[in-house]
Design a binder for this molecule. Structure first.
Ligand code: NDP
Length: 450
């Protein structure tokens, strides 16, 4: 039998790669993982974690305003961006150390450098060639910018986490997760924000009530939203960055953030030369068991272009480790994956949107809009939206959607209910927790008339 240097060689120590490597090692495999940047990948370094820390920072703005109604007099608050970034960087450095420890404790060899694939069982790192029974590509993705004149002046979310100073005016281009999250963060930190989106409503693909409600709340929070508008060019001049839009107007800002999607990281990896099939976006084509057309080369996470979410990459990592070195496990169920958008207010969602459910059959819709108890004293006019989509024939709950504080925290629990196939009658039989916003999900009784 061929003796390989390793049983598994993972390229990329992000969420998926670290999880697969660690589990494989714990199952007795000899594992190496290569990483040429910080450990933890997008999520830890330029994604979920720092984004949420910045989002917390931005929330204080509203909290200080809200405090007056509860009897507090708060002196004019001042915000210092370098302090926030330094503290955030310290936490990210700590997490990098934790990742290194996790790998070391599991017995995974960490190789610092850029690895490329040479053939079905060989990778190169520096001038070293290493053989492996299995190669796992877990290189993630990176932000992409649209091709337009002056786009080199625009930053992406990667750079937004490391700006030396907080800009006074920001234009955000896009209407997806990253666009609305950064629009909310910057607006909360006192920046003048304009969000420009080419479509008719932000958060395309989500239940349409979510996009509409979030847009209204963002506008209330001071974000200017320009829909059905595209950027034509960016010019740097004495006033800052002058951005021309396709409606003939111009805007001058200090920073343009392109939040127009992400691409799989496969450039320069040697995959095509090794014969691995990629799709037209450069994502590794994989079968249901994450094997590429070369069975010893597998891929998981953002590089396969399925669902770009950390918990999904983690699940795929565990699946692959079990498949290769354990007893195997049931395929991942990609239905009913709950997700949150950490905009202000948050969006939380699981299951089908109203439109997706309608395409499958008749539905009953339950919807509630209200002002949360806290705002009866804060005076804030923020609306919370909750919505349940029910299959009319079976009474099964197909979708649960929310815009409002802590929507992500609330929807996580309802994701379990959907995973269990809960019916609306079971929602109704559940006693609420009073006074919460979440109780509304078990007290809505009258369907909205279509
Ligand atoms: P999204 O796909 O969510 O949004 C991209 C946005 O850019 C869309 O509004 C899209 O418009 C627009 N767009 C794309 N190409 C162009 C173009 N050429 N010109 C103008 N506009 C364009 O991508 P993000 O970058 O925001 O996020 C990437 C992924 O990362 C998300 O889909 C999500 O899976 C994950 N993520 C998850 C987060 C979370 O869990 N909270 C947070 C951040 C990211 P259109 O709608 O018309 O296509």
């Amino acid at each position: 039998m061929t003796e390989y240097d390793y049983d598994l060689f993972t390229i990329g120590a992000g969420s998926g790669g670290v999880r697969a490597s660690r589990f494989a090692a714990q199952l007795g495999a000899r594992v190496a993982v290569a990483e040429d940047r910080d450990l933890g990948g997008t999520c830890v370094n330029v994604g979920c974690v720092p984004k949420k820390l910045l989002s917390y920072a931005a929330h204080y703005h509203g909290d200080f305003e809200d405090a007056a109604g509860f009897g507090w007099s708060v002196p004019p608050a001042e915000f210092d961006w370098p302090t926030l970034i330094a503290n955030k960087d310290r936490e990210i450095a700590r997490l990098n150390g934790v990742y290194e420890e996790i790998l070391g404790d599991a017995g995974v060899t960490l190789l610092r450098g850029r690895a490329t694939v040479l053939d079905a069982h060989t990778v190169a790192i520096g001038d070293q060639q290493i053989s492996a029974r299995h190669i796992l590509v877990a290189t993630g993705g990176r932000p992409t910018k649209p091709d337009l004149p002056g786009i080199e002046h625009a930053i992406t979310s990667d750079e937004a986490f490391h700006l030396a100073a907080l800009p006074r005016r920001v234009l955000i281009y896009g209407g997806g997760y990253i666009a609305v999250e950064f629009a909310s963060i910057f607006a909360g930190l006192g920046v003048e924000v304009t969000l420009v989106y080419r479509g008719a409503q932000i958060l395309r693909g989500f239940d349409s009530d979510l996009g509409a409600t979030l847009a209204a709340e963002m506008v209330r929070n001071g974000v200017a939203i320009r829909l059905q508008t595209q950027l034509q060019g960016i010019v740097r001049d004495a006033a800052g960055l002058t951005v021309s839009l396709d409606d003939g107007t111009e805007l001058t800002v200090d920073s343009v953030l392109a939040a127009t999607g992400r691409s799989p990281n496969t450039v320069g990896l040697g995959l095509e030369a090794a014969g691995v099939g990629l799709d037209q976006r450069g994502a590794v084509r994989v079968a249901a068991d994450y094997r590429s057309n070369i069975p010893s080369i597998l891929a998981i996470g953002d590089v396969i272009d399925r669902v770009q979410l950390t918990p999904v990459a983690l699940a795929e990592g565990v699946y692959v480790a079990e498949l290769l070195f354990g007893a195997g496990r049931a395929p991942i169920n990609y239905e009913n994956i709950a997700t949150a958008v950490f905009s202000h207010p948050n969006v939380g969602t699981v299951g089908l949107s109203e439109a997706q459910a309608l395409a499958r059959g008749a539905v009953r819709i339950f919807r509630s809009r209200f002002r949360a108890l806290r705002h009866t004293l804060s005076g804030r006019d923020e609306q919370t939206l909750m919505k349940i989509v029910v299959d009319a024939a079976s009474d099964r709950v197909l979708g649960v959607h929310m815009v409002g504080p802590d929507a992500g925290e609330i929807i996580q629990g309802f994701a379990v209910a959907l995973q269990c196939g809960a019916t609306k009658a079971q929602f109704d039989a559940t006693i609420g927790i009073h006074p919460t916003s979440a109780e509304e999900f078990v007290t809505m009784r009258t369907p909205v008339t279509p």
